[in-house]
Design a protein around this ligand. Structure first.
Ligand code: AMP
Length: 564
């Protein structure tokens, strides 16, 4: 076992500082517990700070939001909020809120004012917010066009336009709106485009609206990287279920020693606390700790006092512990190379190792990028159910008792058995003893089911599950359900051309209100008075109740299943 401290994590602030960001931004990043820029941030921020146009291929989870948000926030220094300096276009309401929250968090010491504008929210609230003065506007194309039409969005001061998830916006039918918006800003400005894929339509937008853009791609993945003899699995869970899911998975895996990677210092501290509350002996390791604290933690891992080490990448650099059996990615790492680096901590010297990754449904592309780099499959597993957990715990008890049966000093306990033999028969005595052991072994009664959303990972744009080098089906029930999954159901919406409805409005409303993405929605038929939209059959009811609870173009339409 050895530890190297070549990279002093206490000097980590230099990563962002070297990018030339304002001190207020550096302070906010430090408070958020970001220890170093992700590859997309390192590669793009210098160009963006230099005023260049940029065409970046990067998926969700790479840190691309901060890659454009930090340079955009850099532009507002010293300027009172009046006309916006940056405009960010995003495909969905969910993303508009998420991106605008990111602007708020990064820009709080600069007093940055950011307003999200999207369909479905009463427009007067947005009008008031815009009227009070803003630095940054983040919005869906349809709603931005509405505001431009009303004269409530002054674009005279715009210095940077960002198209985030451009491919998704095009899939959702926003191409015309995007072009109208870009043409509505006639003066010189910086145009930044991020997209997970680069179909020709993206390149043609780039050609028309960007000047000599810098091209950045963090999806490079042709170098063969070895992930060794490591069993690799991923679990798809919503963020709020991650702590419970990790506890459940580790209860079943019962690792000898596990290294759990988190993105930020804050996350490391929170997760350490949660895992301790669940009965694990967990220790935190991050760049905010001094050398003495780090050494203490390492000592505890070394002598087995700690069984889980929760760490950031920076803090775990150079850490080499041969008792580790599991590496856990609490989030999908922002770069595939970092995944390979992380899981290289197990499976050494021919030993078996396990790599577990918790992914949110939006992060599927990152998993595919990793599989492309390693040329190895990551199996999508179901989060264990309460029943799975109980079965595994009982199995562990059986194994422990079997081991104890082989011990030679069992006879020492005859006096205990003898004194109990008057109370019950040997079988009942054995059962009582097993129960006692089972409970003392820390097997907690966990009754909460964690929703299984692994099916969301199977709808991959390339038509299958994750890139599977072996070509094996990932889940045995894949094929059984595939015909149901591919069926299209139809939804009738009592709003049509007369109400000004366009395909983009329907796709936008559905994608905003459900977890469907643009390519899952269609065909769409719009008549004067009504519209019919195809959606995956299994989502029809969800779409109907979501649309009933929202407004489209300010109206609450009648919505029902269309069966004719
Ligand atoms: P994004 O790809 O922009 O959706 O970001 C993915 C996640 O990574 C978000 O939760 C961010 O808060 C987080 N994040 C972004 N940059 C960093 C960084 N340099 N260090 C740690 N976490 C980060």
């Amino acid at each position: 076992m050895s530890e190297h401290h070549d990279d002093d994590p206490t000097a980590q602030g230099s990563g962002f500082a070297a990018l030339g960001l304002r001190p207020e931004l550096l302070k906010a990043l430090d408070e958020l517990g970001y220890e170093e820029p992700t590859p997309i941030q390192r590669e793009t921020i210098p160009y963006l700070m230099d005023g260049k146009d940029l065409l970046g291929q990067a998926a969700t989870g790479t840190g691309k939001t901060a890659a454009f948000a930090l340079p955009a926030l850099h532009l507002i220094d010293g300027r009172a909020a009046s006309k916006p300096v940056a405009l960010v276009l995003v495909p969905t309401r969910e993303l508009a809120m998420q991106v605008s929250e990111a602007f708020f968090r990064y820009g709080k010491d600069l007093g940055a004012k950011c307003v999200p504008v999207y369909g479905g929210q009463p427009i007067y609230r947005q009008l008031q917010a815009l009227d009070r003065g803003v630095h940054i506007v983040v919005g869906t194309p349809g709603r931005i066009i509405d505001h431009m039409g009303r004269g409530s969005l002054n674009l005279d001061g715009i210095r940077m336009v960002v198209l985030d998830e451009a491919d998704e916006m095009l899939d959702m039918g926003f191409a015309d709106d995007i072009e109208s918006i870009l043409e509505g800003i006639p003066h010189a400005h910086q145009t930044v485009l991020f997209s997970a894929t680069m179909p020709p339509r993206i390149n043609s937008i780039a050609k028309r609206y960007q000047s000599d853009p810098v091209r950045i791609n963090v999806v490079r993945g042709d170098t063969k990287a070895s992930a060794g003899k490591v069993r690799q699995s991923a679990y798809v869970v919503q963020r709020n279920h991650k702590p419970a899911a990790l506890g459940r998975i580790l209860d079943i895996e019962s690792p000898g020693g596990a290294l759990v990677f988190c993105r930020t210092r804050t996350e490391v501290d929170q997760l350490t606390e949660t895992m301790n509350a669940r009965g694990y002996r967990a220790e935190a390791l991050h760049g905010g700790m001094d050398q003495a604290q780090r050494d203490r933690v390492m000592g505890r891992l070394r002598d087995g006092t700690a069984e889980l080490l929760v760490a950031t990448d920076v803090a775990a650099r150079g850490l080499d512990v041969d008792t580790l059996t599991h590496v856990v990615n609490y989030d999908v790492p922002s770069a595939p190379e970092s995944y390979v680096h992380r899981i290289g901590r197990v499976g050494r010297a021919g030993r078996q190792g396990v790599a577990i990754t918790l992914a949110e449904p939006r992060e599927q592309r990152l998993l595919q990028n990793i599989e492309r780099l390693t040329k190895q499959a990551i199996t999508i597993e179901k989060v264990p159910s309460v029943a799975d957990l109980r079965a595994a715990q009982l199995e562990q008890t059986v194994a422990a008792i079997r081991e104890s049966l082989a011990a030679e000093d069992l006879d020492d306990f005859y006096p205990v058995l003898n004194s109990l033999s008057g109370d019950a028969n040997p079988q009942r005595i054995a059962l009582a003893a097993i129960r006692l052991f089972h409970e003392l072994a820390g097997n907690i009664a966990d009754e909460t089911e964690i929703p299984d959303i692994s099916h969301r990972m199977e709808r991959r744009p390339d038509g299958g599950g994750a890139a599977r080098p072996g070509g094996k089906p990932q889940r045995s029930d894949d094929r059984r359900h595939s015909s149901e999954k591919n069926a299209t159901g139809f939804v009738y919406i009592a709003l049509g051309r007369n109400a000004g409805i366009r395909p983009g409005d329907l796709v936008g409303a559905i994608a905003n209100e459900t977890h469907l993405v643009g390519r899952e929605i269609g065909p769409i038929k719009i008549t004067e008075k009504f519209a019919i939209v195809g959606v995956p059959e299994h989502s029809v009811e969800k779409v109907i109740s979501a649309l009933k609870a929202t407004t489209i173009k300010g109206k609450k339409p009648n919505v029902r299943r269309y069966t004719d």
